[in-house]
Ligand binder design. Structure first.
Ligand code: UDX
Length: 437
């Protein structure tokens, strides 16, 4: 298939490279010339394992190109909309201006029979509205909604081998035509037995936000249990293990700690509440406000615990912050719990020295006031406390004995329940965690 991908950010760049890898002829379109140049040269503008290799190998086949020129879309059959839908400033709702701009600038170039395929996470009702715009400007073209479920750090794998495909298509013959195009695009995944759900626009839009709302709820559920564990001396990690053996519950996404961040879960649960409110179903999702609040409380708790291990005051204490990204294997600091805690610790008087294997460049841009180290060792030297806020492998594998030689005082907060308390205590550390005695 001849495919364009409009919006070459996180989702679009990965999607474009993977579609080319699957044998399609792909044109990535973005308004940002610098991004287009980087991608064309095989450089990913963000950290994503496997992506640079894929960009280079796909470009070498000649099947992957990038441009800022929307008129080039005229030669292509299918057009993925992969632009961002960030949270609006000062409100919960999603900002749809990028999606609207992408579709309206594409429509004049659509050839008869072309299919526009939405990938961005949007409030329910958006696809039907955009279908109207497509129909008005290009009556022989169609629109489908095909949400993605990729996780940062595993984005290439999730796109090449998705765990399910969802097509939101219009009713009748137009729907049949859209399905046929999508089946051709995803022929490899379908032939490997990937489950497929074919449905209407609204259901497809809701699948995506429901999945993210569920994941966020699962994390906040276990974090709420961690709060109760904290006041009872119970161990939330053991609770998660034990309830996780029940396969109706499952152990995944039951890691208690600092909670969720990133470019998706926080803004998606807020946009979902805002949309439900607009539709008169706000009561249905009031629990998501609580999910958000539990999540925010984890950050406060981490700061409080750090103060506690420093005998009641952060003022003038040197705190080594390990981890700034919202999760490991990512350089993304959007709504990062780790970065938030680092900033709070500093605001409350601590001398914060932060280290992250990938996220320092991004963190520095947003928070130049923090001090950054170029290694774990440099951050930890003479520290009064070490706080682990993102569970990078490198931190999980620290040797408590050797590491203890560097610090000023052996105090550690395990913000992600990713260390072995017994090993750290045996090496003479005061070990604290969220939801663990
Ligand atoms: C998420 C969804 O998983 C993905 O399907 C969707 O397409 C986009 O949003 P992502 O933002 O990459 O993906 O991160 P994810 O791996 O889901 O983690 C989200 C946050 O939850 C991270 O901050 C992570 O640290 C946290 N988390 C995850 C927990 O605190 N505990 C867990 O058990 C799992």
């Amino acid at each position: 298939m001849r495919i364009t991908v409009i919006g070459c950010g996180y989702l679009g760049a990965v999607h474009a490279a993977c579609m080319a890898e699957l044998g399609h002829e792909v044109l990535g379109i973005d308004v940002d010339q610098a991004k287009v140049d980087a991608l064309a040269a095989g450089r990913a503008p963000f950290f994503e394992p496997g992506l640079p290799e894929l960009l280079r190998s796909a470009s070498a086949t000649g099947r992957l190109r990038f441009t800022t020129d929307m008129s080039q879309a005229a030669d292509y059959d299918a057009h993925f909309i992969a632009v961002g839908t960030p949270q609006k400033k000062g409100e919960f709702a999603a900002d749809l201006s990028y999606v609207d701009a992408a579709v309206t600038s594409l429509v004049p170039h659509l050839k008869p029979g072309a299919l526009v395929i939405g990938k961005s996470t949007v409030p329910v009702g958006t696809a039907r509205r955009l279908a109207g715009i497509v129909e008005a400007g290009a009556p022989d073209a169609g629109l489908a909604w095909n949400p993605e479920f990729l996780r940062e750090g595993f984005a290439v794998e999730d796109t090449l081998r998705p765990d399910r495909l969802v097509y939101g298509v219009p009713e009748g013959e137009a729907g049949e035509r859209a399905k046929a195009v999508l089946d051709e695009i995803y022929a490899v995944a379908l032939s490997n037995g990937t489950p497929l759900v074919v449905t209407g626009y609204e259901t497809a839009e809701l699948v995506k936000v429901s999945a993210n709302a569920f994941l966020a709820t699962k994390i906040s559920f276990i974090n709420a249990i961690a709060e109760v564990a904290d006041v009872t001396g119970a161990d939330v990690t053991k609770i998660a293990d034990a309830i996780g053996y029940d396969d109706r519950i499952g152990r995944k996404f039951l890691n208690a700690g600092l909670g969720f961040g990133g470019g998706c879960l926080p803004k998606d649960i807020r946009a979902f509440q805002a949309r439900a409110g607009e539709l008169g179903a706000d009561q249905a999702l009031t629990f998501l406000r609580e999910v958000d609040e539990i999540n925010q409380r984890r950050r406060v708790r981490a700061v409080d615990l750090t103060r506690e291990i420093l005998d009641g005051t952060l003022r003038g204490k040197k705190v080594a912050v390990l981890g700034l990204a919202f999760k490991p294997n990512s350089d993304d600091i959007r709504d990062s719990p780790a970065l938030d805690v680092a900033v709070q610790l500093r605001a409350q008087g601590a001398r914060v020295i932060a280290y992250d294997p990938e996220a320092i460049v991004n963190a520095k841009r947003q928070h130049p006031e923090l001090d950054y180290a170029s290694s774990v060792e440099e951050a930890a030297t003479d520290a009064d406390a070490v706080v682990v806020l993102t569970e990078w492998k490198q931190f999980r594998e620290l040797d408590p004995a050797a590491f203890g030689e560097l610090v000023g005082a052996k105090n550690i907060l395990d913000g992600r329940n990713c260390l072995d308390p017994e090993a750290w205590r045996a090496a003479g550390w005061q070990y604290r965690a969220l939801g663990r005695p």
